[in-house]
Ligand binder design. Structure first.
Ligand code: HEC
Length: 195
């Protein structure tokens, strides 16, 4: 990653973190007594908004971490202004919530990215198998012809089994599904009901 990128990502993090932190302080100061009941749920939405925004605009794990730290610093500043001890519920609870929200968000992103990456690897593998073993009788135009014979994901898998025998390609079960995922992702776009 180059320096300008790093700077702009940190810049975005500091900006979003500060707006979020400031919103928290404003809420702490302004609505402290009258809105104490709703502020928690309200601010959870706000927190998620800022955490998501920081991820979407930078796609870097450290930026959500950075904005959570900044929001916590603002909260401490808030405690100072209101003259509250740090372990006071109005300070420690939201800080704990920020950390958990940030943590939960990063776990979700990590799970999602891992799933996407393994799907992409499957598709890549399927593409390789197809180009190495499935030539000879047809090319990929057969998958976009108007009167094609495959109409569901299941049809597709069955047809690949059939052609696998015809081609003597000897695909394993997972090869068959990798090729199905490649063809589906590239041409058919069926909704996959089951594997
Ligand atoms: C021995 C020749 C042959 C080989 C090799 C072959 N196919 Fe086929 N394939 C066909 C024929 C013929 C059709 C068209 C059948 C029809 O129109 O009824 C077809 C159609 C298909 C279709 C359906 C296209 C549609 O209409 O939507 C898929 C999917 C397919 N092949 C996948 C594969 C895969 C994957 C391989 C590699 C394992 C492969 N084929 C290798 C002969 C072959």
């Amino acid at each position: 990653m180059n320096k300008t990128n790093l700077k702009s990502h940190l810049g975005i993090g500091i900006m979003l973190g500060s707006i979020w932190g400031f919103a928290e302080v404003a809420l702490g100061l302004g609505l402290r007594s009258c809105a104490a009941l709703v502020s928690g749920s309200l601010m959870t939405g706000v927190a998620l908004f800022f955490i998501c925004a920081s991820w979407v605009s930078t796609r870097r794990f450290y930026v959500p971490v950075l904005i959570v730290i900044i929001a916590c610093l603002f909260k401490l500043f808030d405690a100072l202004l209101l003259n509250l001890p740090v372990i006071h519920g109005a300070v420690a609870n939201p800080m704990f919530a920020f950390l958990m929200e940030g943590f939960a968000f990063l776990i979700l992103v990590a799970v999602f990215l891992t799933a996407t990456a393994s799907f992409a690897a499957d598709v890549e593998h399927g593409k390789k198998l197809y180009s190495e073993r499935c030539g000879g009788c047809h090319d990929t135009k057969v998958h976009t012809r108007p009167n094609r014979i495959v109409h569901t994901y299941e049809d597709l898998v069955n047809r690949i089994r059939f052609c696998d025998t015809a081609a003597k390609a000897n695909f394993s079960e997972s090869d068959i599904f990798n090729v199905a995922d490649y063809l589906n992702d590239t041409f058919y776009k069926f909704i996959k009901v089951k594997e």
